[in-house]
Design a protein around this ligand. Sequence first.
Ligand SMILES: C[C@@](CO)(OP(=O)(O)O)[C@H](O)COP(=O)(O)OP(=O)(O)OC[C@H]1O[C@@H](n2ccc(N)nc2=O)[C@H](O)[C@@H]1O
Ligand SMILES: Nc1ncnc2c1ncn2[C@@H]1O[C@H](COP(=O)(O)OP(=O)(O)O)[C@@H](O)[C@H]1O
Length: 282
Amino acid sequence: MPQSTTAEAFAPAKVNLSLHVTGQRADGYHLLDSLVVFAGIGDHLNARAAPRTSLRVTGPMQGTVPDGGDNLVLRAAALFDPPVGAEITLTKNLPAAAGLGGGSSDAAACLSALSGLSGRPLPPRAAQLTLGADVPACVVGVPLRMQGIGERLTAWPPLPPLWLVLVNPGVGVSTPEVFRGLDSRDNAPMPDMPHARSAADFLHWLRAQRNDMQSAACRIAPEIGGVLAAIAETPGCQLARMSGSGATCFGLYTSPDSAGQAALRIARAQPRWWCQAGAILD
Ligand SMILES: C[C@@](CO)(OP(=O)(O)O)[C@H](O)COP(=O)(O)OP(=O)(O)OC[C@H]1O[C@@H](n2ccc(N)nc2=O)[C@H](O)[C@@H]1O
Ligand SMILES: Nc1ncnc2c1ncn2[C@@H]1O[C@H](COP(=O)(O)OP(=O)(O)O)[C@@H](O)[C@H]1O
């Protein structure tokens, strides 16, 4: 059957609503226990069938990522053997090295688009992991409990409707540097969350969870403390926490209006920060 000649894919921001560091493997990688969700804020990828694979990066954050073979989009495309020829355009909206898994989400979007173009299956999870620990979660793209270094993924029960604000102060934070700066690598895992809970119950449970990378990231980039304070003081904010290894932080809200108002307020006060409001995707 002939395949389509173009494919579009959305590459949403990954947000770690919690991120517990529970151990370290012999190879140095850290064991995680994280509630991962995806936001309606992200990059866009378009792939058009072509004799050879190429990448053009555009969008407000285009200058912050490599445009050659180091780009995770081209590294993802290289997992297809034989190659799937495609002219790929990446519209880069998310800040890079920001705790939002933007590169991983772009890689996942590329895998999905090239699989759609060619009719071939996605590369196996072990191959996806060679691109980055977050890539398998981004391929799944729904709320997940992520364990191991990112290879153990369990679907999360439906979340109550929640909206978020993402705020980045324009400081890139190196993931390995934050891992190296951790105070402790052997912290308690996430407890199981009972099913069928209200937004209030879910938020109560989530407030008791942690991001174990937050203190180390704040030492490396003290601006993160100011971001958390700015989010926490917006009306209706239910929880302010850092995502991943930072520096992006999120605020959670129970209405789209309160999230939108919070984003406007922060953007007015800090016009140089990147600040967006959106839904949590289910
Ligand atoms: C911390 C997390 C949480 O979701 O998010 P980000 O801050 O990157 O968004 C991820 O685990 C990051 O995944 P990802 O960004 O794909 O990391 P990778 O490229 O695989 O790893 C970069 C480096 O971080 C360290 N690393 C990464 C993952 C892990 N579980 N333990 C580690 O120690 C390793 O030094 C590795 O070489
Ligand atoms: N398409 C891409 N988008 C973002 N970063 C990319 C991309 N391709 C390669 N990179 C590189 O990957 C690294 C991690 O970027 P990113 O995935 O945005 O980090 P994080 O998971 O911390 O948000 C950066 O150093 C960046 O230069």
